[in-house]
Unconditional design. Structure first.
Length: 114
């Protein structure tokens, strides 16, 4: 099924040129920094989660695929669930100490936040 991009083209005037190709601007993803240059902050968050605690790893600079891979590594090593999106990794439960130790053992510059 073809991607319907008509919503992206709203406000564009019709062209009579048969060779016209409409192009959209794509955001360039930031290149992933090496682990030693990453400054990750490991904290805890309780807001909008029904009273449950989650460990939040923020400050990751890089591609979304690399963020998901790091999140997958943390989740499997801890044996818990979570997610990795929007530059943050969410781990279910209070694992601030363990996550900080794991990130430092992987070569990341991680420190405990709150």
């Amino acid at each position: 099924m073809a991607h319907s991009d008509w919503k992206d083209r709203l406000g564009v005037v019709f062209s009579t040129n048969p060779d016209f190709q409409y192009t959209t601007e794509q955001e360039a993803e930031a290149e992933t920094l090496p682990p030693s240059r990453q400054r990750l902050i490991v904290g805890i968050d309780r807001r909008n989660r029904g009273g449950k605690q989650v460990t939040l790893v923020s400050g990751f600079v890089g591609r979304a695929d690399d963020l998901k891979e790091l999140g997958r590594t943390l989740k499997t090593r801890l044996g818990v669930g979570g997610s990795a999106k929007d530059g943050e990794i969410t781990i279910q439960g209070d694992f601030r100490e363990k996550v900080t130790e794991l990130l430092q053992s992987l070569g990341y510059n991680a420190k405990r936040g709150n």
